[in-house]
Design a protein around this ligand. Structure first.
Ligand code: MLT
Length: 237
């Protein structure tokens, strides 16, 4: 498990990177593709998002922007997965920039394979890894501004836990994974309470995002896997 950018190795990449931003970017990306979005394009900065999305037909694009948990002015929406309903996102490309999740995606976008994981699509991510059996896998927690986050590490533990239950062929890597597994085992029956205690969960509660937290805590809720088609662009597998 790595947190980007400070803790993520800079001199090599894995065969498969699983980017995790449970609250909320990778939950939103999974929900948007499940609701029929054509694709998601992730940006670390708003200016580039605006420039690139300008080249798309207005009826085929949606701009989602979040900073500090709040929606960014000038975008069509913030980063709430609950806004990703079929009538809003269906058939469109979601151009998205968030504080940490989209930066984490950018950090590993040159990896041969990049997928996104969250609690809601945990099993879909695990099934992909079991099927493809990449030699090296990084579970990349987006964290918060370069630091640790409880919910991303717990989700990494949830992925590792299911992998361990389904195969004895994998080597459960480093100390970070062992710690992530312990965290998941501690919180697995009370994931919403884990959010309530986490610093970003508290930030979102201050912004009245109670329903978002409930939604994001539903483990294995959607059978959908966002996968990178080309750097920064994700589609449904
Ligand atoms: C992020 O990228 O930091 C987030 O997804 C923040 C959020 O919108 O909750």
């Amino acid at each position: 498990v790595y947190h980007t950018p400070e803790l993520t190795p800079i001199d090599h990449l894995p065969d498969c990177a699983v980017v995790i931003d449970v609250l909320r970017a990778t939950t939103t990306i999974a929900t948007a593709l499940n609701a029929g979005a054509d694709s998601v394009q992730a940006f670390s900065d708003l200016t580039t998002l605006m420039q690139v999305s300008e080249t798309w037909p207005p009826e085929k694009r949606l701009r989602a922007g979040e900073r500090g948990g709040a929606p960014v002015e000038g975008c069509d929406m913030g980063n709430s997965p609950l806004d990703c309903t079929p009538d809003i996102v269906g058939g469109k490309r979601l151009f998205i920039t968030t504080t940490n999740g989209t930066r984490a995606l950018q950090r590993v976008e040159q990896s041969p394979s990049v997928i996104t994981g969250s609690l809601i699509n945990r099993q879909a991510a695990v099934n992909y890894l079991l099927h493809k059996q990449p030699e090296t896998v990084w579970l990349v927690g987006s964290g918060w501004e370069g630091g640790y986050s409880l919910e991303d590490t717990t989700c990494a533990g949830a992925i590792a836990d299911s992998l361990k239950q389904h195969t004895d062929k994998i080597d459960i890597g480093n100390d970070e994974v062992i710690a992530a597994l312990a965290l998941y085992h501690h919180w697995q029956d009370n994931l919403l309470e884990m959010f309530n205690q986490s610093s970003h969960g508290k930030r979102l509660l201050r912004l009245n995002c109670h329903e978002d937290l409930k939604y994001c805590s539903q483990i294995d809720y959607l059978d959908i896997l966002p996968i990178q088609k080309e750097p920064s662009i994700l589609v449904k597998l």
